[in-house]
Design a binder for this molecule. Structure first.
Ligand code: ADP
Ligand code: MG
Length: 389
């Protein structure tokens, strides 16, 4: 896909009198192209430049990334307060679209790896989660879906401060234009996308649930090796998706057998066995490798080894209280039903985030409190009211 290879000391830009950027280093390789660390030769600022492959599919997606970042940066987050990547300009270089971003540091996958996959403290997980909820609240108000939230697309601002930013809006879309069905990276893919259902901004909240558990554990919660394996891991831990979702999912019959109606006339489904799925799809399905001895989310989190050596009883009590709040929090994000899954605004009120004492299962406010929206915000239609049962 490269008719043009990037080298350190090459210069990007300047083609129509714009700024020129000296390449200092390679920061990342992605599906869309390469990200290089550059120095602006006019003001000497260090920037990150994403050089997009010059294939039409990548180019079109990247034009969308430019449009969405411009909208977010100028209309929704003009003060740069909501943990969204800043794009400063874009230009074409030898037929490649180049996006110029603020230069950030390691991504969260690299951070977990540097920590030998041991997981981050509950305190640090809380700080990052607050910031990610802030970003997702803005996206929801703007009716945008990121569609590829994962540790690789969340970057530390610097190695000194615990501040993150969400990057890679190359898969993002408007809630009214959900054209693609094969979206999200597999480990973070929501039940509604796996089942082939219509989707909304709540798919990002599912991904967030997977991410925050991974930050705590150091390992992915649902490391599916195939679509089927992804579904089966989710079902093993959280049970079947509700019947009304299975009934309408375009992909339901890929993964589930219909077994008839129950006494109330409700349709019943069971997950296909690995063998049945493999036979039908002429694939080899491997049994799920389990990273954790426990199977329930609550047990995995409560029994996760304690980081502190020789902790005092008061340290243990505090950590366990934090973990109980954390479990209740992630259960609200990992709700299989996208309508009942908490919105970012609801999740932000959870004691795990606010620091209030956690006394028992959190009931989010019925009418999701909206973030204070600026005068440029288009009117937002009423959100679906979560059911309380
Ligand atoms: P892709 O769409 O190909 O995944 P990304 O925008 O996610 O491209 O960038 C790929 C990788 O490049 C990221 O995971 C990150 O490690 C690095 N990267 C991207 N943007 C920046 C930036 N602004 N500063 C530093 N590194 C970045
Ligand atoms: Mg990416």
């Amino acid at each position: 896909d490269w008719d043009y290879i990037l080298y350190v000391n090459d210069v990007l830009g300047g083609e129509s009198g714009g700024d020129r950027y000296l390449i200092l280093d390679v920061l990342g390789q992605g599906t869309f192209g390469q990200v290089v660390k550059c120095q602006n030769m006019r003001n000497h600022e260090i920037m990150a430049v994403k050089v997009v492959k010059n294939k039409p599919a990548y180019l079109n997606q990247s034009k969308m990334e430019v449009a969405i970042l411009e909208l977010l940066n100028t209309q929704w987050d003009p003060q740069d307060q909501h943990h969204i990547l800043r794009m400063v300009e874009h230009f074409t270089h030898k037929n490649h679209l180049c996006l110029v971003f603020e230069c950030l540091s390691s991504n969260l996958y690299e951070l977990i790896k540097q920590n030998q996959f041991k997981g981050l403290s509950t305190q640090l997980v809380k700080v990052f989660t607050q910031q990610l909820l802030d970003c997702l609240s803005v996206l929801k108000d703007a009716r945008l879906i990121h569609c590829d939230l994962k540790p690789e697309n969340i970057l530390l601002k610097s190695l000194q401060s615990p501040q993150v930013k969400v990057i890679d809006f190359g898969s993002a879309c408007h809630e009214m234009a959900t054209v693609y069905t094969y979206i999200q990276s597999r480990f973070y893919r929501s039940p509604e996308v796996l089942l082939g259902l219509p989707y909304s901004a709540s798919i990002d909240m599912w991904s967030l649930g997977c991410i925050v558990v991974e930050l705590f554990l150091g390992l992915p919660l649902f490391p599916g090796t195939s679509e089927y394996n992804q579904v089966s891991r989710i079902v093993d831990m959280l049970g079947n998706p509700p019947g009304h979702l299975l009934e309408v999912g375009k992909q339901t019959h890929e993964f589930f057998n219909y077994t008839g109606t129950d006494a109330f006339g409700k349709k019943q489904y069971v997950l296909k066995s690995m063998d049945q799925y493999a036979t039908e799809h002429r694939t080899k399905e491997q049994p799920s490798k389990q990273y954790f001895k426990q199977t329930k989310l609550q047990d995995i989190i409560l029994e996760y080894p304690f980081a502190k050596k020789n902790p005092k009883q008061s340290d243990i009590d505090k950590e366990m209280a934090n973990r109980r709040a954390f479990i209740d929090f992630v259960e609200g994000l990992l709700n299989l039903d996208p309508i009942q899954r908490w919105s970012p605004q609801q999740a932000a009120k959870h004691p795990f985030i606010t620091g209030e004492k956690f006394t028992g299962p959190f009931q989010p406010p019925l009418v999701p409190g909206s973030r204070k929206s600026s005068s440029v915000a288009p009117p937002t239609p009423a959100e679906p009211t979560p059911q309380t049962t």
